[in-house]
Design a binder for this molecule. Structure first.
Ligand SMILES: *Cc1c(COP(=O)(O)O)cnc(C)c1O
Length: 352
């Protein structure tokens, strides 16, 4: 920190993204990216749009929101588009949190939530997951705090049924409930249909995981018109051109070929099932995942040791050095070829 750094952020502990090393070619199973390229239409749309880069993008993302509205069945004034879903989450913390409106979220969940809370000087409560990493909806009933729930949760992959989400939303009418659905397309149940009925529900989503666009940065929020207007107030106070031209064009093209992506999600689910089965045969404890990753541990090997041994063999997975999950690794589901390489590497490590 230089001597110029603001006091306001002196206590900040930034989020640590998964590593993107360049020292060699790795099989990357550590940041939940899609192993599949975008659809051909996306490539063409981006090339075409690049001829207009001298012009600012549309700050209202009208064409993109029109397409979103068509695909998700939500009216356009209930949609906001952002630079990745991390941005819609940051906007929501800024818009809805303060000393009188603290946040609550699980102790084991997306690592960005506490960072957003601290960045914005919002008090927060971490609610411990139950034994087996389950979210107990009772812990969130009428708690009088803003709530953010990743559903499916990261890094566990466990999912709450929609009925539980609705109960939580219903029981906290004076607070905003944010449901982070980054992984919903891999087997979860979306809360988008509830947006019409509850004015305190914000559903966040992303093109980074199920739509092969992590590098393009495109996220979105669905909510009541009032909430969306609040988020736009923040957006216009920070960066009105938050979604650039190339990304907006890519997003429209991706939604036009939505079936391509939904098919790939089916492939990921099949690969996930195969991988879970093989890892169980090798004695791993595998949480029942509805996401594009598995959260696994084994009595035979410590989490950090397995992480390092896989890294030496050219495979990256994600290990979190947090007390409750130290024994685990989060493994992104890739192609069958990558999953077979993973299983072979683990067999090799166990044979040593
Ligand atoms: C990946 C992820 C996000 C954000 O992804 P973006 O790339 O910023 O859209 C949000 N929430 C969770 C739980 C995630 O895993």
């Amino acid at each position: 920190m230089s001597r110029y750094f603001s006091e306001r952020y002196a206590g900040l502990e930034p989020y640590v993204p998964g590593e993107q090393p360049r020292d060699r070619k790795y099989i990357k199973l550590n940041t939940n990216e899609s192993p599949f390229p975008p659809s051909p239409l996306v490539e063409r749309a981006v090339a075409e749009e690049s001829r207009l880069l001298q012009l600012y993008s549309d700050p209202d993302c009208r064409k993109l929101r029109e397409k979103m509205s068509e695909v998700f069945g939500v009216s356009q004034d209930r949609i906001i588009m952002t630079n990745g879903s991390d941005e819609v989450l940051q906007f929501a913390f800024m818009a809805f949190g303060d000393r009188e409106h603290p946040f609550a979220f699980a102790d084991i969940t997306y690592g960005f939530y506490p960072v957003f809370a601290r960045l914005n000087h919002i008090p927060y409560e971490e609610i411990p997951l139950k034994e087996g990493f389950f979210v107990d909806p009772q812990d969130y009933m009428g708690i009088g705090k803003n709530i953010v729930i990743a559903n499916p949760n990261a890094p566990t992959g466990l999912c709450l049924p929609l009925a539980s989400i609705e109960e939580i939303v219903k029981s906290n009418p004076d607070n905003v409930v944010i449901v982070d659905e980054a992984y919903v397309d891999f087997g979860g149940e979306s809360a988008i249909g509830l947006v019409e009925r509850y004015d305190n529900l914000l559903v966040a989503g992303t093109f980074s995981k199920s739509r092969s666009m992590a590098g393009a940065r495109l996220g979105f929020g669905f909510g009541n018109e009032g909430l969306i207007a609040d988020l736009n107030r923040i957006r216009y106070s920070t960066n009105p051109y938050n979604v650039n031209r190339l990304t907006a064009a890519a997003g429209i093209a991706a939604l036009t070929e939505n079936e391509y992506y939904m098919h790939k999600c089916q492939v990921i689910q099949a690969n996930r099932q195969w991988t879970a089965g093989r890892l169980e045969e090798l004695g791993f404890h595998v949480l029942p995942s509805k996401a594009n990753f598995l959260f696994v541990s084994s009595e035979r090997i410590e989490g950090a040791v397995l992480y390092r041994a896989l890294r030496e063999r050219g495979i990256l997975v994600r290990h979190f050095d947090q007390e409750r999950v130290r024994g685990y690794n989060r493994i992104t589901i890739g192609t069958m070829e990558e999953m077979k390489a993973l299983v072979h590497a683990i067999e090799d490590i166990f044979a040593d």
